[in-house]
Design a protein around this ligand. Structure first.
Ligand SMILES: N[C@@H](CCC(=O)N[C@@H](CS)C(=O)NCC(=O)O)C(=O)O
Length: 229
């Protein structure tokens, strides 16, 4: 299998299937096409997929759109709990994954993903606060109903699922924009950021040579992002 992605520093949508496949030990090669470069469009067009990354290529099957990729993986690897096995948990996991895919625009716009920089805490507006409150509400509901009771891990539904993958870039945004959250949400963020998969993603991002326009933040940067121990 091959996963076509963009810069690990910036590409939040690429991070989603990438971290899911790593966390669930699904082997794949990657083709990284740097954003905002002349090579981006022709290299992506060669896959005859959609106009964005990520794209998954599995033999003669090509899938794009992050949630479609995760659903394909769930069918391709039925033994892996890509979505929770329990029907009620799975329904909630899918619901919050789609809520993430379709929403939280204020947070996404005000706090673009860049896993290489940390910004000081500052007021980011009512709409961002509302998104963060909604996200942490969903996390707490998942963690208290399906996560901790399952005793199978620190993630939203116990073990790492597609729902965690969908929220992984949100976790990075909360950390890099120094947004404080409740203790349970913070513990969850620490588990995602401390995972071996995210460490590898971050390590690769730090080594990337490309810098795109929106990396030049118009606000002071506190320093490089330090992963939790
Ligand atoms: N809805 C898409 C969003 C994908 C997306 O916006 N990807 C960005 C990179 S993070 C991209 O390919 N941007 C290049 C472009 O739009 O030209 C998904 O879920 O996969």
């Amino acid at each position: 299998m091959k996963l076509v992605i963009a810069n690990k520093a910036y590409s939040s949508w690429s991070l989603r299937p990438w971290i899911l496949m790593k966390m669930l030990d699904i082997p794949f090669t990657e083709d990284l096409i740097p954003l905002d470069t002349p090579e981006f469009r022709p290299r992506l067009d060669a896959y005859q997929a959609g106009s964005t990354v990520p794209v998954l290529v599995d033999g003669d099957v090509t899938v794009w759109e992050s949630v479609a990729i995760m659903d394909y993986l769930a069918e391709r690897f039925p033994d892996k709990a890509i979505w929770p096995k329990d029907q009620k948990a799975r329904a909630f996991a899918r619901t919050i994954a789609h809520e993430m895919h379709a929403g939280f625009r204020a947070l996404r716009q005000a706090c673009p993903m860049n896993v290489r920089k940390v910004h000081p805490a500052k007021e980011r507006g009512e709409a961002v606060d509302k998104d963060v409150a909604r996200i942490t509400h969903l996390w707490n509901k998942a963690l208290s109903t399906y996560g901790k009771p399952s005793g199978q891990g620190p993630f939203l539904f116990g073990s790492f699922t597609a729902a965690d993958a969908m929220f992984a870039p949100v976790v990075t945004r909360l950390a890099t924009f120094s947004i404080t959250v409740d203790a349970a949400s913070q513990a969850y963020c620490t588990a995602v950021l401390g995972s071996s998969a995210f460490r590898q993603w971050h390590h690769d991002a730090m080594a990337e040579p490309w810098i795109v326009g929106y990396d030049e933040a118009d606000e002071p940067v506190r320093g490089p992002f330090v992963l939790p121990h």
